[in-house]
Ligand binder design. Sequence first.
Ligand SMILES: Nc1nc2c(ncn2[C@@H]2O[C@H](COP(=O)(O)OP(=O)(O)OP(=O)(O)O)[C@@H](O)[C@H]2O)c(=O)[nH]1
Ligand SMILES: [Mg+2]
Ligand SMILES: [Zn+2]
Length: 356
Amino acid sequence: MINLNSFGWNSFFEKYFEQYNIQGFEHGRISIENKTNYVVVTNHGEIIGEVSGKYLFEAGKQSDLPKVGDWVVVSLFNDYTRAVIHNILPRRTKISRKGVDKKIDEQIIVTNVDVVFIVQSLDDNFNVNRLERYLASVHQGGALPVIILNKSDLCDGVSEKLNAVKNRIEAIDIVIASALNKSGVDELLKFTGDGITVAFIGSSGVGKSTLINQLLGTDLLKTNEVRIADSKGKHTTTRRELILLPSGGILIDTPGMREFGLWDTGEGISQTFSEFDDYAGLCKYSDCTHTHESGCAVLKALSEGKISKERYDNYLKLRKELKYLESKQNIQLQLEEKRKWKTIHKEIKQFYKKNK
Ligand SMILES: Nc1nc2c(ncn2[C@@H]2O[C@H](COP(=O)(O)OP(=O)(O)OP(=O)(O)O)[C@@H](O)[C@H]2O)c(=O)[nH]1
Ligand SMILES: [Mg+2]
Ligand SMILES: [Zn+2]
């Protein structure tokens, strides 16, 4: 029997599972999402699982389907070699972004993570605006963010870059690492522990999989050189994968992301830019956009040097993106409503025709 506590099972999920437990269902955690099925870690080992037809039928959107990190309700068949997934237990935390296809949709990267390593490399990839973007999403999803600046061996001005981050971002742990010469890896280990789930996110090629291999002490995950021209990665990792750390803890590797569009991150932005809320509360107009209004306390704080200009610019940019997303979502909702009415009207007309 596998001890699922080591995979992060705890009283939070237990409480929700109780009703299924008394009906004889089992529980498990999604460790890999394949194209057509999942790998589920259960008390009886790693088992291939598929979502039940009923659940699939009732799932309204992509985010209703199981994701890596989810705890699911299953029944086991064929001598514990096949699992049918009936439901997902409530997600304690999640990381989401705006889906990359045309439809405005939430894409869940991983769920039920305690800590998120936001990984950047100290070469062309280094970008403080992007760190703040990731932070807003991680804050929104409820996990604890840690910033990892990797490939320190490739960078001469490490302390300048570290200061650039510290000047912009307060009260978040930052680890300088080099997966190549193993520095900083011990420091990363401090954030791991039995039952604690840590996810690695960031652009392709920053060294997420290499860092995980270093933590594991074996080359379990595939890694690949970056392009010489622009240090960009080759999207080597193609699936999210949950891995047990021999020293205790759970690590989740994720594929590098080209874009990290915000999804529903109002709270996350507030938390990431908490000093702005203090000032915004003092603005003359409650719907102040902090761009031109008289009596704007944010602009005043900016002119007095109490808020950094870079943070201000990024704050406005992220808020604008969120507003745009919300308006798009509204349009989409309206279109869906219209489509619904159209079908209803058509059905009614057909009914009349038949019954004439
Ligand atoms: N010089 C140097 N190279 C590193 C370091 N960490 C990783 N690399 C190299 O960077 C390349 C990309 O590393 P990966 O671990 O594949 O990157 P990844 O973030 O997993 O990328 P994707 O899977 O594509 O998202 C590999 O050639 C690694 O050997 C480091 O600290 N220093
Ligand atoms: Mg990788
Ligand atoms: Zn204002």
